[in-house]
Design a binder for this molecule. Sequence first.
Ligand code: C2O
Ligand code: CU
Length: 503
Amino acid sequence: MNERRTRPRSLSARAATSVRFAALAATLAAAAGCGGPPQSALDVEQPEGWDDELQMREAEDVNPDPSVVEIELEAKITDIELVPGAPTPVWTYNGVLPGPLIRAKVGDSIVVRFKNSLPEATSIHWHGLRLPNDMDGVPGLTQDPIPPGGEFVYEFKARDAGTYWYHPHVNSAAQVGWGLYGSIVVEDPADPEVFGDELVLVLSDMGVDENGQFLPEDTGGEFGDLFGREGNLLLVNGKILPRLKARAGKPQRWRVINAARARYYTLRLPEHTFVKLGGDNGLAERSQELGRVVLVPGERADLVFTPSDEPGTVSVLQWIPTERGFGSVYNRPREDMLEIETVDAAPVVPEPVPEFLREIEPIDITNAEELTLDLTIATETRMHEKEVVMGINDVPYWDSEPLEAAVGQTHVWNITNDTAFAHPFHLHGYFFQVLDDTRIPEWKDTVDVPANSTLRIAVDFDERPGVWMYHCHILDHADSGMMGHLFVAGEGFEKMPKVHLMH
Ligand code: C2O
Ligand code: CU
C-alpha cells in the first residue's frame, strides 16, 4: 500500500512567498476556494489524538514541591514486542522503551532514585546537563559502577532550557544498543506559542533477529567496531513506523534526540522544510530553514514542523544515508521512519517563527590555551589477534593521561580527524561553541567532525571543577578507545584524584 501522493506544485505561490511556506500557500489558496478566509493556526488545536502513537511515559514526580522533580528509575530487562510474536528482552528504564521522559522547568531540582536490576553493572550519565562532577555518572571517574541490585541517588539542577537525554556510561555501546536511554526536557516558560505544540522524538535503532533476539554485541567483529554498529530496526519513540497526525498549517515543535549507538540520521520529509530553532543546549541565536536535518549520535535538534500537505494525505519522514565514511552511503536505501497523516480539516495559517531567538555571547578566546586533539585509529596485534584501537592523539582511553585545565581558563581545542570515518565529538559537563563563522551561533555538547577535517571549539571552564570525559559518541568507537578525560582544577579538586580508567 502506498499512501504517499505527490501534490502538484504551484509555481506562482512558490515565487511569491518564501520557500518555507510556498507549499502551504498553495494548499491554502486551494482551500480558500471553498468557504471563508482561513483561520490562524493559533486558533485551532492539533487534531484529536495527534500524538497518541508517539507518547512516551513521563516519569512520575513523587515530590509535592513544585520546584523539585523527584523520580524513581529502575533499570531492568523487560520483554517488548518489536518483531510481531517474538518479544525482545529489552534493557529498559522502568520497563518502557525509551525510558520515561523527564520533564522539568529551568531552575528545578531533579532527584533520581536509581536502582539497578540488570544482570551487570551500570550508571547513568545525563547527557548535556551542566551538573556537579560527582553526578556525571562515569564509573571510575565520578562514581563507582552501580552493581546488580545496587542503588544510587542522582541530584542536580536543571539550569538550562533545552533537550537532553540520559544513558549508561558502562559497556555503553551494548547497553545503549539494548535500549537504555531516555529523554529530558527542560522547559523555558517564556518560549512563544508560535513554536508549536511539543513532541519529543527519540530516534534509535536496534539489532534484532527474526526471533526477536539481539544480534551479538560484537556483530561484524573488527569491521563492526570500525564502522559502528547500526541496528536493523529503526525506532521512533520505541516504535517501528508509528503514525503522527497533523493539520495543514498548524505547527508542531519537534524535539529530536539521536539516541542510536552509531547511526547518523539525516531526516527528510518530501515537499517540506523544517525551521531549526536550536539543538543541544536550547535555542540558537537565529532560526534557520532546512530541507534536511542531520543529527549525529548524541545530538539533538529543536525543530518547527509546519505541515503543508493536502488534507487527507499521508507522507513519510525518511532516514537518508549520511556520508560518514566507508560503506555509509553506497547502495544503502532510504528508510521510512514516521508516517505523517494530514487530517481532513481546513488548512490554517501559521504565524511566522521569529528569526532572532536569543543572544549567544561569543566566548572570549583572547587568552585561550590552544590544544590539538587528534582522533586516531590504528590496528594493533595483541595475542596474535589484530585489534582495532582507537584513541585521541594515538592513545586509547585506558592508557590516557588527563588533559589539564583550571576553573577560570578558556580553551580552544583543534579537533582533527584524518581517519576515514566521521566522529561525533562529545564533551561532558560544559557547553562549547564551534569557531566557524559560517554557522549560526549556538551552544553545543556534541558535534560532528567529518572525515579528513578539523573543527575548532571554544570552551570556558567557568566553574564546576572535576574530572570530565570527552569522546566519540559512536559508542563502538568510544569502547574501542576513542575517549579521553579532562581534569579541571579548582576548589575541592586541588589535585587530580585517583581514577580507574576502565577498558
Ligand atoms: Cu552521551 Cu559520555 O555520553
Ligand atoms: Cu568515532
